[in-house]
Design a protein around this ligand. Structure first.
Ligand code: KG4
Ligand code: ZN
Length: 345
């Protein structure tokens, strides 16, 4: 029988994205298309994402992106089984644009509509890329989120830890801004840190050793600023060492938090012989951070599932895939389902 074809739309931040996901001959998930238009250029002059500009850019780009996703998948709208869109959390203007488009298609073609939590999209991606079985741990580190989540089953997520102030990507972006490295900051900080002395500047490791699994990065950001002020004027070598020191502090903090999460997972699921932790979000691209996580996972007997970068950062395939799982579970959402700027998993 015919496999389901799910269109997924993502517009919660500064990526306008659409994708079609289906199942192949052995029921494995297949990404038939995954089109992402990054608005980075539109926001570059402002040093961050401007919500109003983002919403307008989504409205302008989305029609073409959806058409491209369908044509690359070799499908027309009549071939779809359901339409999924991110309904939160995120910037409200963008969410309205994406969800309205999805509702309109669903209404016009009489298709089921699925309102997807963006975080659920990230949480389920390792099932799309690695076929992971429940339960597993997820470390989500992006510009808007820093969370450790226990992914128990479809629709059953336990947030074990979150940031009490800035997200990790935000800390990278603010550090880059402070050092005049440009936006988005993460890749710039990583590039600048190459060859730097990570031990030169003493920076805090916030929350290290704390029993709860939360994160905090605002103190680290402040320490970077104070260090930069004290060492001013900064030579290129100083900037390089400061970036390396900052990155090391982030990596140490994540490693400490994850070591605790691994121990807790072991205690809750003693029968799982080969536990896995998945990573997602733009910051997961960082080599120093990946290496630190791999080594702490190794010590704890966990393996790390790292989706390819295009599926780690915001994209339509993760929304289409979450839609696919929900569609197959018989879940449906009304066309009157509201979008929500805040929506915890
Ligand atoms: O997941 P993502 O593309 O978008 C959301 O925030 O949802 O993540 C973007 C964040 C930005 O803060 C960016 O600076 C950070 O991920 N990032 C990195 C790297 N690449 C992107 N942070 C550190 N190292 C990188 N190589
Ligand atoms: Zn995201």
């Amino acid at each position: 029988d015919r496999p389901p074809f799910i269109l997924g739309i993502e517009t919660s931040c500064d990526e306008t994205a659409a994708a079609v996901v289906s199942r192949g001959g052995t029921r494995e998930p297949v990404v038939l298309s995954n089109i992402v238009y990054s608005q980075i250029e539109d926001h570059a002059a402002y040093g961050g994402v401007v919500p109003e500009i983002a919403a307008r850019a989504h409205a302008e780009a989305l029609g073409g992106i959806v058409s491209a996703a369908l044509s690359e998948a070799g499908l027309g709208m009549d071939d779809l089984s359901a339409v999924a869109a991110t309904a939160g959390p995120g910037l409200i203007g963008g969410l309205i644009v994406g969800a309205s488009m999805a509702r309109a298609i669903a209404h016009a073609r009489d298709l089921p509509f699925l309102a997807i939590n963006h975080l659920e999209g990230h949480a389920l991606t390792p099932r799309l890329t690695h076929g992971l079985a429940f339960p597993y741990l997820l470390l989500l580190v992006s510009g808007g989120h820093t969370q450790i989540v226990l992914v128990k089953a479809l629709g059953r997520y336990e947030r074990w830890g979150t940031t009490i102030d800035d997200a990790l990507g935000e800390a990278f972006d603010k550090t880059a801004k402070l050092l005049d490295l440009g936006h988005p900051g993460g890749p710039q900080v990583e590039r600048t840190a190459i060859g730097g002395d990570a031990k030169r500047f003493q920076l805090p490791r916030p929350m290290r050793g704390e029993a709860r699994l939360d994160f905090s990065f605002s103190g680290l950001k402040t320490a970077v600023r104070q260090t930069a002020e004290k060492a001013a004027p900064l030579s290129p070598g100083d900037v390089r060492d400061l970036c390396a020191s900052f990155q090391a502090a982030c990596a140490d903090t994540l490693a400490d938090r994850m070591a605790r999460a691994f121990a807790r997972f072991r205690a809750e699921f003693p029968d799982i012989a080969a536990p896995v932790a998945a990573i997602a979000g733009g910051v997961a691209a960082n080599r120093t951070i990946r290496t630190a996580l791999e080594s702490v996972a190794d010590e704890a007997g966990f393996s790390i599932a790292a989706p390819p970068l295009a599926l780690c950062t915001d994209n339509g395939a993760m929304i289409a895939y979450a839609g696919l799982e929900r569609y197959e579970a018989g879940l449906r959402d009304g066309l009157d389902t509201p979008v929500r700027s805040r929506w915890p998993l």
